[in-house]
Design a protein around this ligand. Structure first.
Ligand SMILES: [Fe+2]
Length: 355
């Protein structure tokens, strides 16, 4: 098999309080240069982040409402329009994304879209942007999504949830500061942490795995499992999140992600939460990993909803099935080239109805 060119974020600062070193990663400003900051709106009232940033009057600050819903293509197009208007088409010299997966994905998407014509809708897919984006820095404040390592910026469109998957969507530099994830609420820490757990399982159990990504995913899975079954150390979780992201850059996600996109599309569920609901019914595909997941649910006193599709009509369910069927690469990774014979429309519908 011909493997993908392995790409990684080229610059990384690791360690507690490393956010204080952000300046070391940013290009120096000349007159009228500016940065764009995309920050999870949780930090609008929480001074943990803002005190460390040297934001000057020329910079533009976006507080992204990450807890409300997943970022949309319309939001990205609006941000792009607004930035180009405000700065008379002068581009920023850096975009800095600080938050969970959604806020980091917004930063990535803005960076790419400021250098590529048209709507972000046109770039949802694989390797579609033609021009490199603005230099960008990612700083996770919730661990698990792996967005800090990945080559995707996932956006919700009108009828589909899809990433801008491109080398140009990768951050140029990241900061992994475990101090920033310490105040994440327990449930959110679990759902987002399980996103990492599921990345590792899907990578390891997929057909696109190789020894390199296996080595990375194995380590990420053992760290993530330790965090949720033994000792919950923030340094371990932030490392697991990053390594889980790196492993899928060099392999692919699988059935859980393919199905969770449908749930997010129709029920507005956040990514980590949707993944947990799906993974819970995937025992026939991911066996022991699902058993351990169920144990972790119990240990952390997390109760998932049941019968989640009961409020949806047949048309909505069929849209979810259609959404899943678009996920060719994850499903090829999970089940091989003949995945359509295994994961039929009926099978996908049954899985949704079992959630
Ligand atoms: Fe994910």
């Amino acid at each position: 098999m011909k493997f993908r060119i392995f790409k990684q974020v080229p610059k990384l600062i690791f360690g507690e309080n490393s956010i204080e070193r952000l300046d070391e990663l940013l290009p120096e400003k000349k007159e009228n240069d500016y940065y764009i900051y995309v920050i999870d709106d949780y930090f609008q009232t929480e001074s943990l982040i803002i005190n460390f940033l040297n934001i000057d009057k020329n910079d533009h600050l976006i507080y992204f409402p990450a807890t409300k819903k997943e970022p949309t293509t319309d939001q990205i197009d609006d941000y792009k329009k607004m930035i180009l208007k405000k700065y008379s088409n002068k581009l920023p010299i850096s975009v800095i994304g600080i938050g969970g997966g959604s806020s980091m994905d917004v930063a990535k998407a803005i960076s790419v879209m400021l250098c590529n014509d048209g709507s972000s809708r046109e770039y949802q897919g694989w390797d579609l942007p033609k021009n490199e984006g603005i230099y960008k820095v990612g700083i996770p404040t919730i661990a698990g999504s792996g967005s800090e390592a990945s080559r995707t910026a996932v956006l919700m469109g009108k009828d589909r949830k899809f990433g801008i998957n491109s080398d140009y969507s990768m951050f140029n530099a990241i900061i992994l500061d475990s101090n920033l994830i310490k105040s994440v609420p327990k449930d959110q820490r679990f759902y987002s942490g399980m996103d990492c757990y599921i990345h590792c399982v899907e990578s390891l159990e997929g057909t696109m795995i190789n020894e390199l990504s296996k080595g990375i995913a194995d380590k990420a899975l053992s760290l993530c499992t330790d965090v949720f079954t033994k000792n919950s150390k923030n340094d371990m979780l932030i490392t697991a999140s990053y390594l889980g992201g790196v492993s899928i850059v060099n392999s692919e996600v699988g059935i859980c992600h393919a199905l969770s996109y449908g749930l997010s599309l129709e029920l507005d569920y956040r990514h980590g939460y949707a993944n947990c609901i799906v993974f819970n019914v995937l025992h026939e595909y991911y066996g022991e990993h699902v058993n351990l997941f169920k144990k972790m649910l119990l240990d952390h006193d997390i109760t998932l909803p049941t019968n989640v599709c009961s409020s949806l009509d047949d048309v909505a369910i069929e849209r979810m099935v259609d959404m899943t069927l678009l996920m060719d690469r994850p499903l090829t990774n999970a089940l091989g080239d003949n995945w359509r014979e295994i994961l039929t429309r009926d099978k996908i519908r049954d899985l949704y109805l079992a959630m």
